[in-house]
Design a protein around this ligand. Structure first.
Ligand SMILES: [Mg+2]
Length: 290
């Protein structure tokens, strides 16, 4: 993080920094910034004043590749020791308005982050607030899993992950089979007795009941307490997070992408480590606020 804030304080003195390449959106009102190259540092203190009320934020956080470093297989991820406490602290400071928005199943999220947190799992198909779970969409057809397993026998390196409401086809162990996995998944979706959509992630295709996505899940949180009326902030890294970014942009919140690809998100953080550092700063900033 470079640069000095408009009031002369150093970058660590006041605000959580974002990095952005897109100044047309939330940062668009600020004409004092001049680009210093492809990527510019951005301090949120220069955004619209109403966005700076951190204590009025609602935080929506993707897990893999955002809070946690990616691992070769979903079960290999490591939760840093201080992260659950950090989320707990932020949740207290934000009156409970912190939710995890993940492609993982609820059950799987609970293994990583126990405690019955607010979660949208399986890309929004499973939705839990204050301990109450709702399932959006039709039950997963087990016969389809069997059909795919049979058809995929020759695809070395393919890992089928049966979730309560969906089926993920992971090919990280053998990226060369991507085209075949895609074709198989498309055929399966066409044959399925329920409406499915194909969700693409990093080295994974996932068949998910149609009708919801991460953006809709976030919007649903924002329709109820303690999220309603708050400024939504969503951080994510994957293609499946783009629905969330678009929703946040439309609602006038803050969207941040982790990584360097093209994205609808207005702000950028470089790595899960940077996200965790950012959350730590936010935690202390809200804590220090009068
Ligand atoms: Mg992710």
């Amino acid at each position: 993080m470079g640069g000095t804030n408009a009031d002369g304080r150093g970058p660590d003195a006041q605000t959580p920094p974002y990095r952005t390449e897109d100044r047309s959106g939330i940062a668009g009102e600020n004409r004092r910034h001049e680009s210093r190259g492809e990527t510019m540092d951005f301090d949120v203190i220069d955004a619209r004043p109403r966005l700076l009320d951190w204590a009025a934020w609602a935080l929506f956080l993707d897990i893999d590749g955002t809070l946690l470093d990616l691992a070769p297989a979903p079960d290999d991820v490591v939760v840093p020791a201080d992260l659950p406490q950090r989320l707990e602290s932020l949740s207290r400071r934000l009156s409970g308005a912190v939710a995890l928005i993940s492609g993982r199943s609820l059950e799987n999220v609970d293994r990583l982050f126990p405690g019955g947190r607010d979660v949208a799992g399986t890309h929004g198909v499973e939705w839990r607030r204050s301990g109450k779970v709702d399932i959006v969409g039709a039950p997963w057809p087990d016969e389809l899993t069997e059909w795919i397993r049979e058809e995929a026998r020759h695809l070395t390196g393919l890992l089928l992950e049966r979730k309560p409401c969906s089926l993920a086809l992971h090919f990280a162990a053998n990226p060369k089979i991507e085209a075949e996995v895609h074709s198989l998944a498309m055929t399966a979706a066409a044959l399925s007795p329920i409406a499915l959509k194909l969700v693409r992630g990093k080295n994974v295709y996932e068949l998910v009941p149609a009708g919801t996505d991460k953006g809709k899940a976030i919007e649903r949180f924002l329709s109820v307490p303690p999220y309603a009326g708050r400024i939504p902030v969503f951080i994510g890294d994957d293609l499946t997070d783009e629905d969330g970014f678009k929703t946040i942009n439309r609602l006038g919140g803050l969207s941040a992408h982790v990584g360097s690809r093209a994205t609808a998100a207005r702000y950028r953080l470089n790595s899960p480590e940077e996200v965790r550092h950012w959350l730590a700063r936010l935690d202390s900033l809200i804590g220090d606020a009068p």
